[in-house]
Design a binder for this molecule. Structure first.
Ligand code: ASP
Length: 421
C-alpha cells in the first residue's frame, strides 16, 4: 500500500480552484443568454458534455476502487488484529455525527419555522392519507439487498452489496494470508492501479469541475428565489454550520488537527462534491486527498471512506429531518415531540439507505414523510430547489467521511506524523 501510484501534479489544486471560479462565471453568463438561441444551446451542450464526461470517468473508477479499497483495507486490518476497534469507533462516530446533524436540522426548523406563513396551495395535496410507517420493511430490504452475487454487484456498481462482498473477501484473505497470497497481492495491485488512473482523471478536473459548476450556476439560481427561499436558506445555513463548525471542531478536539490545516486538506473533495452532487463519484478524489493532503493512515481511510460514502451522510440526514418538519408546517400538521423523534430516527436511517448519487435523498425522503403521515406529494415541491441543496449537503456528506477517518485514526492510536502546516 505504498504510494507508487502518485504522479505529482504541480499546481493541481490551484488549477482546480481557477477552473471552478471560471465555471461559475461562465454559468452565470450562459444564464443571461436568451433561451432557445444558438449561443445558449451550444454553450449548454458543451458544458453538459464536459461535465458529463468527467463524472462518467469518476464513476467508471468507483466500483473497482471501492471493492479493492475495502477488501485491501480490511485485509490489512485483520492482519494487524485491530479491525474490531476501528469498526466500532467508525460506526460510533458515524452515528454520533448523524445524531448531531438531525438535531441541528430539527432545532433549526422549529426555530425558524420556514413553512409557516406560506400559501397552503403550494402543497399539491395538503391532507394526504396517513400511511403506516414502513421503517421495518425498508430495513429488511436494505439488509437483504446488501447480500448479492458479488459479480453482479461489481458490474452494476451496487455500493452496499459491493462493500459486503469486499469485507468478506478481505477478511478471508486476511485470516489466511499464506493460502491467499496471490489474491492479496491482486487486491493491492488493483487498488494501486485504480488510484493511478484517478491521478490521470484529476488532471482533467479543472475542466470537469468548471463545467459542472457552470451548469449548476446556469440553472439552479432562479428557482431558489421563489416561495421556498426561506426553507432553502434555513437548510443551507444549518448544513453549513455542521460542515464549517461542528465537524471541524470535532476533528480539532478529537484528532488534534486544527481547522486551517483540515480545510486545506479537504478542499479538493469538497469542490468535487459541490460540482458532482455525488459522494460516490467524489470517492476517488476523497481517497486521494486522504492519502496526499491529510496523510491519513491508509488502513483507516480505505476502510472508513468507502463505507462512509454510502452509509455516512450527515448532510442528507439533516436535510431530511428539516424537510419533513417544513412539510408538516406547510400542511398545517402539528408534530408532537415523539413524532419529531421518529422523524429524527427515520432521517438517520434514510440517510444510511441513500446511495451517494445526486438527489438520492429525495427518494428516501418518502420513508421519512410516511413515518409520521405527512403528504409524500410534497416531494414535487422540494425537487426544484434540490439541485443547490443537494450540492451543499453532498459536501457535508463527503466531509463526514474524512472527519471520521481523522478521528478514528487518532482514537485507535494509528496517527502517523503529519507534515507541519
Ligand atoms: N447527493 C447526496 C450524496 O451523494 C445524497 C443525497 O441526495 O442526499 O451524498
Amino acid at each position: 500500500m505504498t504510494s507508487a501510484y502518485q504522479p505529482n501534479i504541480p499546481h493541481a489544486n490551484r488549477d482546480i480552484l481557477l477552473g471552478a471560479a471560471a465555471g461559475i462565471a461562465i454559468g452565470l453568463g450562459v444564464a443571461q443568454l436568451p433561451e432557445g438561441s444558438t449561443a445558449h444551446g451550444s454553450a449548454t451542450w458543451l458544458i453538459g458534455l464536459l461535465g458529463g464526461m468527467f463524472v462518467a470517468a469518476l464513476k467508471m473508477l468507483m466500483a473497482p476502487l471501492l471493492f479493492a479499497s475495502v477488501a485491501g483495507g480490511i485485509r490489512a486490518l485483520w492482519a494487524q488484529r485491530d479491525a474490531g476497534r476501528i469498526w466500532q469507533t467508525t460506526l460510533l462516530f458515524f452515528a454520533f455525527t448523524a445524531a448531531v446533524a438531525v438535531t441541528l436540522g430539527i432545532v433549526a426548523a422549529n426555530l425558524f419555522q420556514p413553512g409557516i406563513g406560506l400559501p397552503h396551495d403550494l402543497l399539491p395535496v395538503a391532507a394526504a392519507a396517513r400511511e403506516a410507517p414502513d421503517a421495518a420493511g425498508f430495513l429488511q430490504k436494505l439488509l437483504v439487498d446488501s447480500l448479492q452475487n458479488p459479480f453482479r454487484a461489481l458490474t452494476e456498481a451496487a455500493v452496499l452489496p459491493l462493500i459486503v462482498a469486499a469485507l468478506l473477501l478481505g477478511a478471508a484473505v486476511g485470516q489466511q494470508p499464506q493460502r491467499f497470497a496471490t489474491l492479496g497481492r491482486l487486491i493491492d495491485e488493483l487498488l494501486d492501479l485504480a488510484l493511478l488512473v484517478v491521478g490521470w482523471v484529476m488532471r482533467l478536473a479543472p475542466i470537469g469541475i468548471g463545467a459542472l459548476l457552470a451548469k449548476l450556476a446556469a440553472t439552479a439560481t432562479a428557482a431558489v428565489f421563489g416561495a421556498l427561499a426561506k426553507f432553502a436558506a434555513v437548510v443551507l445555513g444549518t448544513t453549513l454550520l455542521h460542515g464549517v463548525v461542528t465537524l471541524p471542531l470535532l476533528v480539532w478536539l478529537l484528532a488534534g488537527v486544527p481547522p486551517w490545516r483540515y480545510f486545506a486538506g479537504i478542499r479538493l473533495p469538497m469542490l468535487t462534491a459541490l460540482a458532482t452532487s455525488s459522494s460516490a463519484a467524489t470517492m476517488p478524489v476523497t481517497l486521494r486527498s486522504a492519502d496526499h493532503d491529510l496523510r491519513i493512515d491508509p488502513a483507516v481511510s480505505r476502510f472508513v471512506i468507502p463505507l462512509g460514502t454510502t452509509v455516512n451522510m450527515d448532510g442528507t440526514a439533516l436535510y431530511e429531518a428539516a424537510a419533513a418538519l417544513f412539510v408538516a408546517q406547510l400542511a398545517g400538521i402539528e408534530l408532537s415531540l415523539a413524532q419529531q423523534v421518529i422523524v429524527a430516527l427515520m432521517a438517520m436511517l434514510a440517510a444510511i439507505g441513500a446511495p451517494g448519487i445526486p438527489s438520492a435523498g429525495m427518494v428516501t425522503m418518502v420513508m421519512v414523510l410516511q413515518s409520521v403521515g405527512l403528504p409524500v406529494e410534497a416531494i414535487a415541491l422540494l425537487l426544484p430547489i434540490d439541485r443547490l441543496l443537494d450540492a451543499v449537503r453532498t459536501m457535508v456528506n463527503v466531509q463526514g467521511d474524512l472527519a471520521t477517518s481523522l478521528v478514528v485514526e487518532r482514537l485507535v492510536g494509528r496517527s502517523r506524523q503529519r507534515p507541519a502546516a
